[in-house]
Design a protein around this ligand. Structure first.
Ligand code: ATP
Length: 273
């Protein structure tokens, strides 16, 4: 259903993506891992057409989405919803209005500005919030919610678009372990129940192993690993992160039981830097 062929993105002298190719046969739950600067965000942004590729193609259901323009490009962006580390909600706006913003691409600006939402859309927004277990927060301002709740609102906004694909750029990087788990459980459930493809950039190995069907490892803009969670051994992870024998994978973990010493935290920070 998706073939990424030789996708390259050059910024100045640097290839953020360097000849990236892979295929996805069925809508899976794919994790992308790699140290900071590996090209993970650039890939998601190229796929969603927020950033243009320098060369290459990305065939999705037999059309090259990197070549789409105008209305066709906007339609693709709506089928390929994106969620971000910092949630990107409108903080002062109530939760349900934030969710309704997921329909903006098919609504007139004027109607949206004055808050005229069709009843069907409002009902749909509440049903999605219910599904994500945050319907009781619907009337609150987004800024009054915890990070984990805000990220679930962002997922709800994405679902309003009824997307084929959800791209998640470090969706749990700003969350504590408990909230991280709730958000990842929600994404996995949406994938399992709706059959939507999820591609998530993740900064912790245990999350990639636990939630993904397939893990892609990137280093310096290139794919250096593509396999199942079982194949993602500590040695493989060390290669992906470009770390030496002192690599301690517990330090890249957000799992409650492996959150550890200050030393580990310092190591994790150095890996992200
Ligand atoms: N708009 C841009 N202009 C110039 N360079 C960029 C731009 N966007 C990304 N880069 C560079 O491309 C490389 C890949 O960046 P990217 O953000 O994709 O990495 P990443 O793996 O997502 O890292 P992080 O986890 O820190 O977001 C980096 O060297 C980065 O500095």
């Amino acid at each position: 259903m998706m073939q990424v062929k030789s996708v390259t993105r050059i910024f100045g002298q640097k290839a953020a993506l360097d000849d990236v190719s892979f295929a996805v046969e069925k809508p899976g739950f794919v994790g992308i891992i790699g140290r900071s600067g590996a090209g993970k965000s650039t890939f998601l942004r190229v796929m969603n057409r927020m950033t243009d590729a320098t060369s290459g193609s990305l065939m999705f259901d037999d059309r090259d989405v990197l070549a789409l323009e105008g209305g066709a490009k906007r339609a693709w962006q709506s089928q390929c919803a994106m969620i971000f580390q910092q949630f990107n909600l409108v903080p002062r706006l109530d939760v349900v209005s934030n969710v309704l913003h997921g329909t903006l691409n098919r609504r007139s600006t004027l109607a949206s500005m004055f808050g005229f939402w069709p009843d069907d859309d409002v009902l749909k927004a509440f049903a999605i919030l219910e599904r994500l277990d945050i319907a009781e927060q619907a009337a609150k301002r987004a800024e009054a919610l915890s990070g984990g709740q805000q990220q679930r609102v962002a997922i709800a906004r994405a679902l309003m678009q009824d997307p084929k694909v959800i791209l998640a750029d470090e969706p749990i990087a700003s969350l504590d372990p408990m909230n991280a788990q709730v958000v990842m459980d929600s994404l996995r459930r949406i994938h399992d129940e709706d059959g939507r493809m999820v591609i998530a950039n993740l900064h912790t190995l245990d999350t990639a192993r636990r939630y993904c069907d397939r893990v892609i490892g990137m280093r310096d803009g290139r794919i250096v690993f593509d396999g199942t969670p079982d194949q993602l051994t500590t040695g493989v992870a060390r290669d992906i992160y470009g770390a030496d024998a002192s690599f301690n994978e517990g330090a890249t973990s957000t799992a409650i039981e492996t959150l550890g010493t200050e030393g580990d935290d310092a190591y994790a920070q150095s890996m992200m830097a």
